[in-house]
Design a protein. Structure first.
Length: 161
């Protein structure tokens, strides 16, 4: 019979091993966080100068490539199917401010502004107070890949335009 107080009883080694294995599984849940290149050869090439507006909007091929590129490079932080689990912003909500605009020209300007904001954040990353919240992807993702990802995200909008 064990006479030590319950708080001082050591957990069995097996329990510690299970807890360690579970923690390691959570730590590895992000998987490979190395940015992955995206094959965009089948898309119209956009040239060297970056566009400020998504040239592939509603382009079926770009959406398909963007879906794969998103899953390879973005989903680990922004969530599967762009549904955030809280680590990073929910990208389905990118255009939410634009949806309530009634005037078509104002709505188009808003969407263009969101496009430019998105491309800039993806290219340059996000750093606050010296902490990297999102790495820059400009060296890994081509302009075509970035706009393909944005085209995919437009199919995942929380509120349709």
């Amino acid at each position: 019979m064990n006479t030590r107080p319950r708080a001082l009883v050591r957990p069995p080694a097996r329990l510690l091993g299970l807890a360690l294995a579970a923690w390691m599984g959570l730590a590895a849940a992000h998987g490979d966080v190395t940015p992955q290149a995206v094959d965009t050869k089948s898309l119209p090439q956009l040239g060297k100068d970056w566009r400020v507006e998504n040239p592939y909007r509603q382009h079926a091929g770009a959406i398909k490539i963007g879906s794969s590129a998103y899953n390879q490079n973005c989903a680990r932080c922004h969530g599967l199917e762009a549904i955030s689990g809280g680590i990073a912003p929910d990208l389905r909500k990118l255009d939410n401010d634009c949806t309530s605009l009634r005037d078509a020209s104002r709505k188009n300007a808003c969407v263009k502004e969101v496009d430019e904001f998105f491309a800039t954040k993806v290219r340059r990353g996000v750093t606050r107070n010296g902490a990297v919240y999102m790495p820059p992807f400009e060296a890994t993702l081509s302009q075509e890949a970035v706009w393909a990802i944005k085209s995919y995200l437009e199919t995942r909008r929380e509120k349709p335009l």
